[in-house]
Design a protein around this ligand. Structure first.
Ligand code: ADP
Ligand code: MG
Length: 305
């Protein structure tokens, strides 16, 4: 089966009025909404490195979209479309069927279109997705906006995916395989949060990026970390390690003034948002457990470590 019939069979499903020209020509064509900026990011998943080789293809399809939508959400932007660059060692129809279904399931859940891509053969299964989104001019929430006195918040629970990776078959493996990008919350935080990042490499490391970009420090209250029941039962050091150094959470970590935090809580009573710390004018991240200082050796996931 040639490249073109793979594209036609598996990756040419969406037609949409929000895309002027999608899959099938040399490039896709979009009309940007007035007064909006384009927000764009890419993320690559390599088999055996970013997911175990035996991961179900549907989950791989889902996750390759979800991790990108999470980056779009972390800017406060509305996701619009994706491009897919796929390198396949061989044509495996069962795999392609599951993969494309997972990819479209994630796209459909978040109102996103697959508008183009590239398909090649290579010895390693590699999936690279580019995501596009829109944001009102000048409203993108960056890592650099944290202010002294801001509260640090995180969505959902942290550490689940890392736990799921080490306890395959446990129900938390779902959090590893099917992360939920916090698209709605991200957009809601526009005009409210001062800085934001999505948690992909571990909360401590990712919060560290906010601190460095904003030139501030922080106190983190370990007893406040939002943990799933399976993690709550672990010894302190272990649960903190999963929560702070485990990767692949795809939750949003943001900083927000106390006044805006009140507004946010009133506006989103059913969204799981936890205040876990405060921004200060030191340039370090201090970990506290009920006011006692705690020292942990936390190395988030580093690709070239
Ligand atoms: P070209 O040779 O001009 O680069 P291609 O033959 O690579 O074009 O692609 C033909 C069309 O199919 C283009 O619209 C491209 O965006 C789309 N396409 C190719 N691979 C994929 C894919 N994996 N997913 C979605 N669209 C794809
Ligand atoms: Mg061409």
């Amino acid at each position: 089966m040639a490249e073109f019939s793979i594209i036609d069979t598996y990756f040419n499903r969406h037609t949409s009025t929000s895309v002027d020209l999608g899959v099938g020509d040399d490039s896709a064509v979009l009309t940007p909404p007035p007064q909006q900026q384009l927000v764009i990011c890419a993320d690559t998943l390599v088999a055996g490195r970013h997911f175990p080789l035996d991961t179900n293809p549907h989950a791989i399809g889902w996750k390759s979209v979800a991790v990108n939508l999470s980056d779009i959400a972390a800017m406060g932007a509305k996701p619009h479309s994706i491009l897919l660059a796929l390198s396949l060692p061989q044509i495996d129809h069962d795999w392609l069927k599951g993969f494309s279904q997972g990819l479209y399931d994630c796209c459909d859940q978040f109102g996103v279109r697959l508008i183009g891509g590239d398909t090649t053969q290579s010895p390693h299964l590699t999936i690279s997705v580019t995501a596009l989104g829109w944001i009102d001019q000048g409203q993108a929430i960056t890592r650099a906006g944290a202010q002294v006195g801001d509260l640090i918040c995180v969505s959902g629970t942290v550490g689940d995916a890392a736990f799921g990776l080490q306890h395959r078959g446990h129900e938390l493996q779902k959090r590893l395989d099917y992360p939920t990008p916090r698209c709605e919350l991200g957009q809601h935080l526009k005009g409210l949060a001062n800085s934001m990042i999505d948690v992909s490499d571990g909360l401590a490391q990712d919060l560290g990026h906010i601190l460095a970009a904003s030139k501030v420090g922080a106190e983190l209250y370990l007893e406040k970390l939002p943990l799933s029941p399976a993690l709550q039962q672990l010894p302190d050091q272990q649960k903190w390690h999963y929560a702070l150094a485990g990767g692949d959470d795809y939750e949003l970590c943001f900083t927000i003034s106390p006044d805006h935090y009140k507004i946010l809580k009133q506006q989103t009573p059913h969204v799981n948002i936890t205040m876990i710390g405060t921004i200060n004018n030191t340039n370090t991240l201090s970990l506290l457990h009920h006011h006692d200082s705690v020292v942990l050796d936390l190395n988030g996931y580093q690709h070239f470590a």
